[in-house]
Unconditional design. Structure first.
Lengths: 387, 387
């Protein structure tokens, strides 16, 4: 069986890829610090190497700080933010349970779709894109549907640049004995995310936004109540990879001995990168990180407004790290973004859904959130508008 | 809402992680070439950057060569091999369909579990660990269950080091109008994987074995028949992230215009690494890659046999890239593996399940499959046995 067979397909000859040097000021991925990139090129080690396990323990501890939680089950899922979303929904929600999802943009809608595919009976509240989740609508939905088991919502909507009041929504849910699933993909390490103060139950994020790490991992954290719920499910989690009761054998180890056992082969080099990115957050301190995002964002808002741009989102619920900028009638979306990319090597993002062609999404995330980058971006936009 | 809140948790102070320099000769991850590591530390670019799209197109073409297929839908899933397994099973299988899984080790059993969690009515054949899938058992199961829609099996069982006859199994399935799902995690680029010659329908692999790339991506390929089946499902794929009809918008683009649209944020740097790893396979040529694995493996087998070790698997179905080595009674499993790791910086893997403590799994994969590494390993084992 192991004889060589003639090769049918000719091998394609291609050059090594050399990525262009971009300044990433879009909706993600964000700019990555060279220390984080460098550590990702260190030698790969085994996913059960004792040195790897030590590194994972430090990583979890730093994630707990970043999420502001004491939750034991806090680790990065081995996939993008959307897989973290599925990890939270699929573990917390059981088929036929009634789930309420508050939608005010692309990612709330995605969570509703993920919950439907998990077999949930999904009801939704809808808010205009560009507005925060209206807690009164959520309250009304809860009052008229006493059998709701779970509330899901997005803390920082990447599609609109809006922040919703995660603390108030989690409190409302807890008062009604409802579990919460919170999307913090674009908020973690950009604005305060206080998992324990909120009392959130299942929270997921991404590495490629304010954590300033390449995309590919999704940090998650689960409350004790959430873990208990998962362990007492009446049906298995539909994804084997995401089943917390199994993956915990690798990330936490045996409940008695702590010995880690094989579940899947974790993305070793990506985890080394996240370890370093979290180190940078810890070294600067969350207060400092949040302030830097806010201050850099203010520079961009002031600059853009002086050029005649208007912000979509009211200042009271505007995300500093993701600015949605309405285009004046004299500014063409595609051509200007192309010029920014091709002439200035700066990436910003297009509007999604109803906002396509109508606004830009400017990311002020992680390493991008530095005044010199704000200045570069403003100068480049100014240049594009002049000619 | 965006006011700074007092930090409850003190930040943990840790050092940058410096991985030990290991020679990886276990069941994976395998040793990674420095060119692959280096490119992963290049600047992160946007997942929809025109340069990224060009790189992705090259990557797909090189994957087609590596899989020996002309399948249009060939790309890496954004997660580990187990997620690729779920991508294949969840797209191909619908709830309540009868699915036959041939089990002869850990990964066949995992595929059966994944299919059960996808709602399938799973029947299995079982072969002794260390033996290939018995095609007669599969034939009998098909003959007595005419409603079987899908056959799943593992080409190269990483838990036992056994190769099964993928071509014959796919042919048998096709003759009975049954779709096939094939696990090539440990075979791709180690021994011949001829997707089109086999006529396989859904095939997944991993990057961290014979492709010699860090773990975290799962190359998959789907036949035209498989794509048609996915597009005509009566129920949605249970995972939003893995739904091929959606993720194709990013990896293939609009069927008319080819324009790529956002689905999820792909792991940019990991993909750059895979691009380079595939370039190395293409440059050497599959014939050369396969021969190198076989020859290096032979050196290790000869050396170990001369020290008194016996191979678990009969030579006719033995994987050159994953050797399962029975331990003589005078060799202690844990202590010797620890010495190899701590004194010689060489990682080999323990036995799984019934083989725990009874055998070693030695990987001869990718960059590990070079005579100098075989020599280092043999010398180190010899040293451990002497003292």
């Amino acid at each position: 069986m192991n004889t060589l067979t003639p090769l049918k397909n000719e091998p394609p000859m291609v050059e090594s890829f050399i990525p262009p040097q971009r300044l990433l000021m879009g909706a993600g991925p964000s700019r990555v610090h060279k220390d984080v990139l460098n550590i990702m090129s260190q030698t790969t080690i085994g996913h059960l190497d004792p040195e790897m396990i030590k590194m994972m323990d430090e990583l979890k501890e730093m994630l707990r700080y970043t999420f502001q939680t004491k939750n034991s089950l806090t680790f990065p899922v081995s996939g993008p933010g959307s897989l973290g979303m599925e990890a939270c929904v699929n573990n917390i929600v059981e088929p036929n349970q009634k789930v309420l999802i508050a939608i005010n943009g692309v990612f709330g809608a995605r969570m509703a779709e993920v919950a439907r595919r998990a077999g949930a009976d999904v009801i939704t509240t809808e808010d205009e894109w560009g507005k925060a989740v209206d807690i009164n609508k959520v309250k009304d939905a809860i009052d008229s549907n006493p059998e709701i088991s779970t509330l899901g919502f997005v803390h920082a909507e990447t599609s609109t640049g809006v922040m919703s009041d995660a603390g108030a929504l989690c409190q409302l849910a807890a008062n009604n004995n409802i579990m919460t699933i919170v999307d913090t993909v674009t908020s973690l390490a950009g604005i305060p995310v206080n998992v324990d103060v909120w009392g959130a139950d299942a929270v997921y994020s991404g590495t490629q936004k304010c954590l300033s790490c390449p995309p590919g991992l999704s940090p998650v954290t689960f409350s004790e109540k959430a873990v208990e719920k998962v362990l007492n499910r009446s049906s298995p989690v539909q994804s084997w990879l995401l089943d917390l009761s199994l993956v915990a054998n690798y990330w936490q180890g045996d409940s008695q001995s702590g010995v880690r056992t094989y579940h899947h082969t974790a993305p070793v080099n990506a985890l080394m990168g996240l370890h370093e990115a979290l180190r940078r957050v810890v070294a600067e301190g969350l207060d400092g990180v949040w302030a830097r995002h806010r201050e850099t964002s203010n520079i961009i808002v002031t600059g853009l407004e002086s050029m005649g741009f208007k912000m979509l989102v009211d200042q009271s619920v505007r995300l500093p790290e993701l600015l949605t900028v309405l285009l004046p009638t004299n500014v063409e979306d595609g051509p200007v973004r192309s010029r920014l990319l091709n002439e200035f090597n700066i990436e910003i993002s297009a509007g999604l859904g109803p906002f396509a062609g109508k606004l830009w999404r400017i990311g002020v995330m992680g390493e991008g959130a530095r005044p010199k980058n704000a200045q570069k971006l403003l100068e480049a936009i100014d240049e594009c508008l002049k000619n």
